[in-house]
Design a binder for this molecule. Sequence first.
Ligand code: ADP
Ligand code: GN1
Ligand code: MG
Length: 354
Amino acid sequence: MAVNIAEILKHFNISGDAAPLGNGHINETFLVTLPGSVVVQKINKNVFHDPAAVMENVKAVTGHLKKKIRESGGDPSKETLNFLDTVDGLPYYLTEDGDYYRAYVYVDGVKSYDVAESPELLYQAARAFGRFQNMLADFPAETLHEVIPSFHDTRKRFRDFTASVEKNASGRAENAKAEIDFILRREADCGIVVDALRSGDLPVRVTHNDTKLNNVLFDENTDEGVCVIDLDTVMPGSLLYDFGDALRFAGSSGAEDEKDLSKIWFDLENFEYFTRGFLEATPSITEKEKELLPFSVKLMTLECGMRFLADYIDGDVYFKTAYPEHNLVRARTQIKLVADIEKKFDKMKETVNK
Ligand code: ADP
Ligand code: GN1
Ligand code: MG
């Protein structure tokens, strides 16, 4: 570990042994064991240009969530993140090198999953994300900083993707011709949700925007969804972003970076369980949102596929990678999933109507 975590911990008035935690693609996450453990994270400055604004958002959001959890008889010390202040009273410690570290209480008795191990787990995840969105329904959206502008503006993502292909900074575009073509043929899909948000056909809500399965912590005994984490991208958005992105990841038969594509397909049973849990937890869903649920899964998977592929072509500058082809491997699973979702689209519509 290059960073001196012990030095960071002093500023939060704690000490203990640190070890890497989890499989996030963005931040550097450590578990610090003391009597009662703490998670310490270095915020990725390359992704979040204004970490102080990120912390203002997450503090306001968790403050709101705690009130809601308390009102409904829940336990706010477990069911949302609890950040520690530094000895200077700030929610982050800024090092001399200009890095931002934050610390929050480690939720005990939970585990996180990188692949959906059972449809029942998806039902639980959906309830957790649905509840999360419900609790934020009356959060003042205009007070949030847009920490990553146009995060799920898929049309802009498409433009960025074509710019990366044109620039071909790494020279690797030649290795991904079929994948690039696959994405280019789907340009017409990219504007559908952003346009409906702009025209008012879809409501703008405060959404999580990064609803990966490993951003929910599950009770280690009952597998109930306990706590939604990774709140950095909570911003105004569409319910469809959260629904679609969750199923992009958890609706897959395999890992996001599975190399053997014969093991990757879109699992309709997972879709059904997630949809049931999500609809139960989001009574305020509109007809238009409901109609677009299956499409949102395709759209968010396509968007993520183009982000992985663009990053591969840019030379791996955004997502953490473990080996040189990692982003290409990830892009391929997303593309395989999009193709399979297109085949199963009518069945997905039937499921929603059921
Ligand atoms: P990233 O933005 O890099 O994804 P996350 O905040 O999602 O960062 O943290 C990375 C991973 O660390 C999570 O996916 C999860 O597995 C694990 N993790 C984070 N916080 C906790 C916690 N309080 N309890 C248990 N695991 C955690
Ligand atoms: C990143 O932070 P993490 O690993 O939960 C990314 C998401 C992508 C996801 C793909 C801030 O999520 O948008 O969908 O990787 N987060 C950010 O796995 O870009
Ligand atoms: Mg995460």
